[in-house]
Design a protein around this ligand. Structure first.
Ligand code: ZN
Length: 491
């Protein structure tokens, strides 16, 4: 069985023969061949008979075929897209087709007609080309890789939320799901120093992350992405260079402005604001059913907010991106650090599996215990760096991973003001304020919050989010929040 599973996994990866659906049942996995007819996926009736133990008999005179299972029958008529299933007429998206001596039915025949006569739940997952037989737990798992300048975050969106366990072996991490199989989609991982591949593991309910040569450790966080789904984030970390160990004097290493940033005291004034329009370039973000694209909406809201802040408050405002370009999450917070921002606001639009979910949400960073320990360490030790021309100089350094931890209280206050201000102008989600381990907030060396301004997966909200009036309301609310926050820190 293991060999069969492995082969099924490989064929998916290589996409050399995309022409099959994998049937997943308690008994294991087996391929069901697929033929393309008129741009539709069709399955041969004789292959269905082999896979499901049904039988069929042709009536050439009537131009029909009867498929029998458990003393119930399905009657097909050539070129008619309505079939009789145990006496009930059932429509199909396309008619059965007879070619040479073989009959073919559209893939939807499996859940719509065959499942009924077999008294089995047959769930066809088109994108993963899976047919799930019976009540198996087969969560949909969508993998994403976000590469920062030194770290890589592998995120698995899991629907419905499912327990996972991550274990490390030589050269790879294995994610074990509490499930019977996975409906997995993985991105192409460009060969990288930290991760070289993500694939179905060697059992149906595991995912394997193959590690690159610079991998040193990892950190796992799980969060609830929305009511129905969960999110597992595995941060892959390289070996950190030990800055306290005196290095050979010359040549001086170029400082990594991303990994090590100069400390600022707690914010006492509001002079500079950095606004981060989420996504951009190749990375579209989430998309609505009617074509609204997150990266465009976030940029438009950011521009409106900049105009308001500049004209009403006279503060310096920078956008992490001025146009449609790809930018890593760490580059965005590094941009805010380099511009010595006093506030960092990241703007996004949300999506959920359940179309009913709507409303705005505000996030600030969750800090795990490991981070808190690192934060103490970073606070306790002023670090000595080798200086140009030999010798050393003391410099107050903060590790990237702990930058935001120092501002958590101010960030919570900022998020609270943002939530209040939004509530008076737009609809809020039932979970209007939350903490989450958003990567883009981790390295921000100032109070920071992330705003999901609404759900593009909700039809009504998609129209709102794309409209100038809603975007203006959001921008106005964020301006109101910044005014309150300025009063708070400058009191
Ligand atoms: Zn987003």
């Amino acid at each position: 069985m293991a060999a069969l599973v492995l082969l099924a996994g490989l064929s998916v990866l290589l996409s050399a023969q995309p022409s099959s659906i994998t049937v997943v049942s308690r008994e294991g996995r087996k391929p069901l061949p697929v033929t393309t007819i008129n741009n539709q996926d069709y399955v041969a009736v004789d292959d269905i008979n082999t896979a499901f133990g049904t039988s069929s008999r042709e009536d050439r005179l009537a131009g029909g075929l009867t498929i029998t299972a458990r003393n119930r029958s399905i009657v097909l008529t050539e070129n008619q897209n309505v079939v009789s299933v145990a006496g009930r007429l059932t429509p199909l998206p396309a008619p059965p087709v007879r070619r040479d001596t073989r009959w073919f039915v559209p893939a939807d025949f499996l859940p719509r007609a065959l499942g009924t006569v077999l008294e089995l739940r047959l769930d066809l997952r088109r994108s993963a080309r899976l047919l799930i037989v019976g009540d198996l737990r087969v969560p949909r798992v969508v993998a994403r890789v976000d590469a920062g300048a030194s770290n890589v975050a592998v995120t698995l969106e899991i629907t419905p939320q499912t327990e996972t366990r991550v274990s490390a072996q030589q050269g790879r991490l294995t994610v074990q799901f509490d499930a019977d199989a996975l409906d997995l989609s993985v991105p192409l991982v460009p060969s990288q120093a930290l991760v070289t591949g993500i694939a179905q593991g060697d059992t149906p309910s595991t995912v394997t992350i193959t590690l690159g040569p610079r991998y040193a450790s990892h950190r796992v966080t799980t969060t609830q992405a929305d009511a129905g789904s969960g999110r597992l984030t595995i941060e892959l970390l390289p070996a950190t260079t030990d800055v306290a160990t005196p290095a050979p004097p010359a040549p001086a290493p170029a400082p990594d402005t991303r990994l090590v940033i100069p400390a600022q005291g707690p914010s006492t004034g509001l002079r500079t604001v950095v606004i981060d329009p989420g996504h951009g370039g190749d990375e579209l973000g989430t998309q609505g059913a009617n074509g609204a694209v997150e990266k465009e909406i976030t940029l438009s809201v950011a521009r409106r907010l900049r105009t308001l802040i500049e004209s009403r408050l006279g503060l310096k405002v920078f956008l992490t991106r001025e146009d449609d370009r790809t930018m890593s999450l760490d580059e965005r917070s590094a941009f805010a650090n380099n511009h010595r921002a006093d506030v960092f606001l990241s703007i996004h639009a949300n999506s959920a599996v359940r179309p009913a979910l709507k409303g705005a949400e505000v996030f600030y960073l969750t800090v795990e215990r490991a981070d808190e320990e690192a934060r103490k360490k970073a606070d306790d030790n002023a670090t000595t760096l080798p200086a140009l021309g030999g010798g050393t100089r003391a410099i107050d350094l903060i590790l990237w991973e702990t930058a935001q931890a120092r501002y958590l209280e101010q960030s919570a206050t900022l998020a609270g003001f943002v939530e209040q201000a939004l509530r008076s102008r737009v609809e809020m989600s039932p979970r209007a304020i939350q903490q989450a381990p958003f990567r883009v907030l981790v390295g921000a060396n100032m109070p920071a919050a992330l705003v999901e301004i609404g759900y593009l997966s909700n039809a009504e909200q998609e129209t709102q989010l794309a409209s100038a009036s809603y975007q203006d309301q959001v921008a106005q609310a964020l301006l109101d929040a910044l005014i309150k926050f300025r009063e708070f820190i400058e009191h």
